[in-house]
Ligand binder design. Structure first.
Ligand code: ZN
Length: 195
C-alpha cells in the first residue's frame, strides 16, 4: 500500500499572554517553524509521509484540518484553561516554576494544551514549551512521553525538549523530531476556540 502524504499545522492561540520586552511571539513562531516543524517533514513509517509541517499564530475560531493541533498561550498558571474544561492544574505544576505548561487529556473529548507565557524566560524556552505540549496532546501520552525511546535502526541522543526537563534544552534533538513526526499521524479533536 502506498504511503499517505499528510500535512500538519500547529495552531498557536494567544489566550492571555501579554507582550514582554524579552520575548517576541513573532520570533517564537519563526523558531517553531524553522527549527522545530521544518525538521518533522518526510517519511514516518510504511503508512505516512509528512508533506508539510508548519505553525500558525491565529485568532479563534481556527479551522483545523485532520492532523492539526492547537496550543494555547496563557499569561500565568493562575489563568489556566483547565478549570474551564473541568480539570485542575497539578499542584506540582502550580508550585514548580520550571514547569512551562500543562496538557489535559480528555479521553474521547478534545484535550487541551497550554503554555505559561510568564514562565518562559525567552523565545527559545517558549518555542520549546509549545512544541512539548503539542507533542503530549497529539501523542495522547502524558508522563510516558518523557521517557520514550527511539526504536532501532534510528536512535539519536534521546529526547531533549520532549523530556521531563525539556525547559533546560534550548535546542531539540533528532529523537524529539522523530517522536513528533510519529505523533502527527494520530488524529485528535482540535479545539477551534478558547474554552
Ligand atoms: Zn511533559
Amino acid at each position: 500500500m502506498a504511503q499517505q502524504t499528510i500535512q500538519h499545522t500547529l495552531w498557536v492561540i494567544n489566550a492571555s499572554a501579554r507582550a514582554m520586552i524579552f520575548k517576541s511571539l513573532d520570533v517564537v513562531m519563526s523558531r517553531l517553524n524553522n527549527l522545530f516543524l521544518a525538521n518533522c517533514v518526510g517519511d514516518v513509517n510504511a503508512n505516512f509521509v509528512i508533506g508539510a509541517a508548519t505553525s500558525a499564530l491565529a485568532m479563534p475560531p481556527i479551522t483545523p484540518a485532520q492532523y492539526d493541533a492547537v496550543v494555547f498561550l496563557v499569561g500565568d498558571v493562575g489563568r489556566s484553561l483547565g478549570p474551564k474544561i473541568g480539570q485542575q492544574v497539578r499542584p506540582t505544576t502550580v508550585s514548580n516554576r520550571l514547569v512551562l505548561g500543562s496538557t489535559f487529556m480528555a479521553g474521547s473529548v478534545a484535550g487541551l494544551a497550554e503554555v505559561y507565557w510568564d514562565r518562559c524566560i525567552n523565545n527559545e524556552e517558549a518555542a520549546g514549551a509549545i512544541f512539548h505540549e503539542a507533542a503530549h496532546l497529539k501523542s495522547g501520552l502524558a508522563d510516558a512521553m518523557h521517557t520514550w525511546k527511539s526504536a532501532v535502526p534510528h536512535g539519536g541522543p534521546g529526547l531533549k525538549v520532549l523530556s521531563a526537563t525539556g525547559g533546560k534544552f534550548p535546542t531539540p534533538s533528532w529523537d524529539d523530531f522523530e517522536f513528533y513526526s510519529n505523533a502527527i499521524t494520530k488524529q485528535i479533536t482540535v479545539r477551534a476556540n478558547i474554552p
